[in-house]
Design a protein around this ligand. Sequence first.
Ligand SMILES: *Cc1c(COP(=O)(O)O)cnc(C)c1O
Length: 375
Amino acid sequence: MNKQFIFDEPIFVTKAKLPEFEQYSERIKSIWKNNWLTNNGPLLNELKGKLTNYLNVSEIELFSNGHQALEIAIKALDLKGEIITTPFTFVSTVHAIKNCGIEPVFCDIDPVTLNINPDEIVKLITPKTSAILPVHVFGVPCDHNQISEIAKKHNLKLIYDAAHAFGVEVDGKGIGTFGDVSMFSLHATKVYNTIEGGALTFNDRQFGGKVFKQKNFGLSSATSVDFVGTNAKLNEFQAAMGLCNLESINEDIANREAIYHAYCSKLKDVNINFIEFDKNVKANYSYFPILLPNKEIRDLIFENLQKYNIFTRKYFYPVCNDFECYKETPYLTPIARDIGNRVLCLPMYSELSIDAVNQISNALIYELSQTNVLV
Ligand SMILES: *Cc1c(COP(=O)(O)O)cnc(C)c1O
């Protein structure tokens, strides 16, 4: 260990974005004035308008969290049977499928983009398949052209888990315009937060009516219920947080971009892989995952960085089909498992200083040199 790279205070893998206290208190004054705390309030509607613009989408609905939003999307599309998804994701994706009474079918990933591999999707389609649910992992866009062609050809619905992809654009198009519906998580740990929160974006206005009712008990009026719904409403305090955080989002992502480039230039000569973005992608730099040569070295680096007060995260490890509740035989996703064994997310958040990034990188390079990985 090299003592000069120790931090005085712990550096965590992420840090929730909070606006200035005064800015938030100013925003919530109207809640007292209107005495309107939740249920389709004015702040919620102001936020919906602003997010529609920012995300460059045609329709949006907001929810109490991303997970509920995803379950509601699946229910509103009337899916059944099997849904093809990736095991290299946060377990929420798979739970949403299972909680709707549908079997998740795990598809292997591409070792470079870490996203679902379209060539593998085709092999898993059966008469029971009703949809494909890819994830834009770490904000890297999936191969939408190829995936949507497969979905069309086999008459499958296409739902994107865009939890990591807030603000991402491909060829100038909002990533939330892809497929039948996309889910964004607005959780405290994400690039942009409403404390807890989730969004669905889609192009079909009628679908919006359905998901709106789903989040409000299936009510169509005070005295009539159309179907069995749930409660997944975003309240006015969450909306106020969202309005405040939206004011700084461009600056936040610009800071993340600078951090991304600082890591890349420090680590470019080290024998580890990190994600890169195509030229046509406007990225959000939501995470900084690296791939180490093997699990042993990944686990060692994870442990040893803690001695420097640097807390990284093995994300996503284990992959979902290694969890007890989703174990399957035969095991068909060796690439996902291998990536899960080698991945490590380094600290990444808008307030992280470039000096800190350099120090984290120096500690990492030093520790790697002690393991005989080429530096
Ligand atoms: C965060 C996350 C979710 C769940 O979102 P919540 O807002 O926390 O409910 C779903 N999928 C992925 C990939 C996530 O990272």
